[in-house]
Ligand binder design. Structure first.
Ligand code: ADP
Length: 766
């Protein structure tokens, strides 16, 4: 059975449809044969044979048989019933295969009613023909019609109906309504004919009133279009907006709002007070993409290749992304779980978002939310404000030019509430799949469907993200890179990219592996690779200067000349101290830059039993300090007498950096215990863990980052809470190889490990 796609043709059941033979040839590669079965399918838009896909067709068509093939290049199809297109396939040679099932009418038109309507229309046509010189010919032509559909099909070429209007008639299930629509269309065509002839008489008074106005409008639109095409330079801004509104495909609410504002703009004129605002609004609305993009099947292997190309390592992250793509493929959806990438700066969170877009072959947009305090930043200002603007989300959608971009929301942990509302709750609405299909930006004031947008959020820490927002997302940690990984990233990605950005070749700048290693260890101090990237950029610029000054065509960077070209001092690394003293213990912290080591220092001074805490500690750490003092007093009752006439001073160096968090509990307790027992703790032992009042060591976060920092600083042994042992799976092997990890359960074990020999079991509480 031949399947013939048609466009802008009125296809109706039980009538004759006339088509060009060329169409048949294009679809089947041969000429039509009389009596063969055909299915006519309407195209949504005129599409080249090579670009046809199953979704190019409307879901309802018509079946029939070829009744006539004419040598002059046309053929006729006698149609039968309407059919549902159940499934379609388009082959590479353009041939179409369709599985269809019959579609019944919901209401039938009685033969008498059909005959009456047909007679009326025929009378109107004959009347019209009287005014022309073809009266006699027309009469015979008109008389041959038996049904309304026949007339409509025959008049189809002269009708000014769009493809959608034509399809709407075919898609109408009620034959009665379909007849009404046909009548309207025929009378409209007649009126158009009359207008152009300036004929004035009309028989069908009722219809005339209703139809004449719309016919005049169509005529005006048509003439205006012709004029615009002749003189595109004269098309006014308003006309341009009008055309854009018509073509945009907005939803109904938006269309109504746009039409309303366009009318206001017309009334305001060029110098009205609101002209600018109205113009900007309509410009924004019409520049948005209102088209629903079809879901694409993504080849997983290809996607994996793209992800591998752009980023080194990050295996777990990439695996999770591939899972997401697989689920999207299966469910034929364009979005899915909202991923939240958490990690230190420069670990590739934002740039992998870009790779995901590339892997999905979709547009990429980035919205930075750092420092956003105002709800209107997310959801827009109401139009009544002077200088009102859309929110950042809709602005990004407009910039992307599509309705389904991959949107990276950067730094969601830096959102903060203020008296201008809570941006986090507005963001919740954006991300919630239940609500975001009708997201209403205050400025736009009409709903927009965000459900096809794939959202990816990034943050340095999940701690400051409000709970309801965090609940909606799936946290994927980015742990920072080991020196070996950094070396690979620098050689494979950062250096080649930096060379390309400056415009130099591989021969013009070579950097030895030792030099890169030296950059990583001596000129950067970070969990990510942002600093490393800057250093590589600096080296490339140095090479560029060299070439331009003609000092030499090549520059070879070695660890020896590194300092000269980087033009900076090596960063001071915090290596563990060599000497031990009572009261000083090495701790591990989780910072924005990954991890770091820190010392906790405690000292007793003669005084009035005060506790002094310095080093910009937050409330949580101050509480940990108090807890530590109580624990030590309880643990060493006879040594604790010193507290009765001494002040205790606790300090955490690097006083300019605020520090907070509970994970220094064990370190604080050990420092105080070491102080009052007079036993120094080896600085090469570092520790992390919360502590309870009963002396149990409880788990902490950020273990991989902390261990990396410990290894960097030259620590040899790390005490970690027993319950964190599982996290060791996430730590790179080369780090674990260089550290002795000791899981500890309680304070006794910690003290024993640190050689505070007075370790006695905690006396039972009284
Ligand atoms: P973040 O968003 O985590 O702060 P970015 O995505 O901005 O980090 O990354 C900073 C730079 O480091 C980018 O130029 C990125 O291409 C590069 N980068 C980070 N991780 C990798 C990696 N695994 N492989 C290659 N390049 C990386």
């Amino acid at each position: 059975m031949a399947v013939i796609p048609v466009y802008k043709v009125l296809v109706l059941p039980d009538t004759n449809v006339y088509l060009k033979t060329e169409r048949f040839k294009k679809a089947t590669g041969r000429t039509p044969r009389v009596d063969e079965h055909v299915t006519l399918l309407m195209l949504r838009e005129e599409t080249q044979k090579e670009q046809l896909t199953p979704s190019s067709f409307y879901p309802i068509g018509v079946s029939g048989a070829v009744s006539e093939v004419h040598e002059e290049g046309w053929f006729a199809v006698r149609t039968r019933g309407r059919v549902n297109l159940d499934q379609a396939a388009v082959y590479s040679d353009g041939r179409i295969e369709a599985y269809t099932s019959r579609r019944e009418d919901s209401e039938v038109l009685s033969p008498q009613e059909n005959a009456r309507k047909t007679a009326d229309v025929k009378a109107a046509l004959t009347e019209f023909a009287k005014a022309t010189q073809w009266e006699q010919v027309s009469r015979a032509w008109i008389n041959q019609f038996a049904t309304l559909s026949d007339i409509a099909s025959a008049c189809s070429p002269w009708m000014d109906a769009s493809n959608e209007e034509r399809y709407a008639i075919l898609a109408e299930d009620s034959a009665v309504k379909r007849a009404e629509m046909l009548e309207k269309l025929i009378y409209e065509a007649l009126e158009m004919g009359k207008l152009s002839q300036e004929g004035s008489s009309a028989r069908q008074e009722n219809y005339q009133k209703m139809v004449r106005e719309s016919a005049i409008r169509k005529q005006m639109e048509y003439l205006q279009k012709e004029l615009d095409e002749m003189h595109p330079e004269n098309v006014s801004d308003i006309r341009r907006l009008e055309l854009k509104i018509q073509e945009s495909g907005m939803n109904e609410t938006a269309r109504r709002e746009a039409d309303k504002l366009l009318n206001r703009l017309k009334q305001e004129g060029a110098n009205g007070a609101e002209t600018g605002m109205l113009y900007n609004y309509l410009d924004f609305l019409t520049n948005l993409s209102w088209k629903k993009e079809p879901a694409r099947e993504i080849d997983l292997d290809e996607a994996e290749k793209v992800l591998e190309e752009d980023h080194f390592g990050l295996k777990k992250v990439k695996d999770r992304i591939l899972q997401q793509i697989a689920v999207m493929n299966l469910k034929k959806e364009q979005s899915g779980s909202i991923l939240l990438f958490v990690g230190a700066p420069g670990t590739g969170k934002t740039s992998i978002g870009q790779s995901i877009a590339r892997a999905l072959q979709r547009q990429y947009v980035r919205v930075s939310l750092g420092g956003v305090r105002d709800e209107a930043d997310i959801r827009g200002h109401r139009r009544t404000y002077i200088g009102a603007m859309p929110g950042r989300i809709m602005d990004a959608i407009q910039k992307s030019g599509v309705s389904n971009p991959v949107m990276v929301l950067d730094e969601v942990d830096k959102l903060s509430a203020s008296y201008n509302g809570d941006p986090a709750s507005a963001l919740l609405e954006v991300l919630d799949p239940e609500q975001n299909s009708t997201f209403t930006d205050h400025y736009m004031n009409v709903p927009y469907d965000l459900s096809d947008v794939l959202f990816i959020c990034t943050a340095n820490t999940a701690d400051t993200i409000p709970e309801p927002l965090l609940n909606r997302m799936e946290v994927i940690p980015f742990q920072g890179y080991t020196p070996i990984e950094k070396q690979q990233i620098a050689m494979r990605h950062l250096l080649p990219k930096a060379r390309e950005a400056v415009g130099i070749t591989e021969e013009q700048l070579t950097v030895s592996e030792d030099a890169i290693r030296a950059v990583i260890s001596d000129y950067t101090r970070e969990g990510g690779v942002r600093g490393l990237k800057k250093r590589m950029d600096t080296l490339c610029r140095a090479a560029a200067v060299n070439i331009v000054r003609k000092k030499g065509e090549t520059l070879h960077i070695t660890p020896e000349n590194l300092r000269e070209y980087l033009d900076m001092r090596p960063v001071r690394h915090r290596d563990v101290r060599e000497s031990a003293a009572p009261g000083i213990v090495t701790g591990l912290a989780w910072t924005a830059a990954g991890g770091d080591i820190l010392y906790i220092e405690a000292m007793l001074t003669k005084g009035t039993v005060q506790i002094v805490i310095t080093g910009q500690l937050g409330d949580v750490m101050k509480e940990s300090a108090r807890l530590a003092i109580s624990l030590v007093k309880h643990r060493f009752p006879d040594k604790a007498v010193v507290f009765s006439d001494h002040d205790l001073h606790i300090h955490v160096p690097d006083g300019a950096t605020p520090k907070d968090g509970p994970s220094a509990g064990v370190t604080l307790t050990t420092a105080i215990a070491s102080l009052i027992t007079g036993r120094p703790v080896a600085p090469k032992i570092a520790m992390t863990g919360e502590i309870s009042l009963r002396g149990e060591v409880t788990p902490i976060g950020g273990l991989p980052e902390k261990l990396m920092a410990a290894q960097r600083a030259g620590v040899e042994q790390v005490l970690i809470p027993c319950e964190n042992e599982d996290d060791l799976q996430d730590v790179a092997k080369e780090i674990l190889d260089q550290l002795e990890i000791v899981p500890v359960r309680d304070l006794d074990e910690v003290l024993a490990r640190c050689g505070i020999e007075d370790a006695k079991p905690i006396p039972k509480a009284v």
